[in-house]
Ligand binder design. Sequence first.
Ligand code: HEC
Length: 123
Amino acid sequence: MKIILISFFLGVIFLSSCDYNNEKDLYPSQLANCDTTNVTFNGTIIYILATNCFSCHDHQYADLFGDAVHLESYADVKSRLGKLSNAINHTGGVSSMPKNAAKLKACDLKKFEVWIRNDTPEE
Ligand code: HEC
């Protein structure tokens, strides 16, 4: 009987410890601390691209990979905005990016969304 009671309580503790651990619960808090004021290409977007995309999409490597998708300059990115947005949001029509990796962080996706909504300011 004791063993059953103990395992029951351990079970309850184990299950309740998972409560705040799933993505659904973490997602809003990630966005709550997400600063989307003043999102610009040179101040924000370029850093997200550098961290997550340049390994395959700067001029040096893009040609080696054979994809020839350059994302280093404002003009490069502007000319691919529609595809880029579908690629990072995994909304179809193009390969999901970053290729073979997890989606960008919720906050980074939000910054892209705000940047595009504000007409893609450069500075
Ligand atoms: C590991 C390498 C790799 C990384 C990292 C990567 N890409 Fe790609 N990307 C590719 C390859 C290779 C292609 C060519 C299409 C394919 O093979 O899926 C591509 C294609 C694209 C395309 C063109 C899609 C089309 O169908 O025209 C866009 C836009 C793109 N990537 C954006 C991004 C963005 C934005 C990031 C960062 C968030 C990123 N990529 C990260 C390898 C990568």
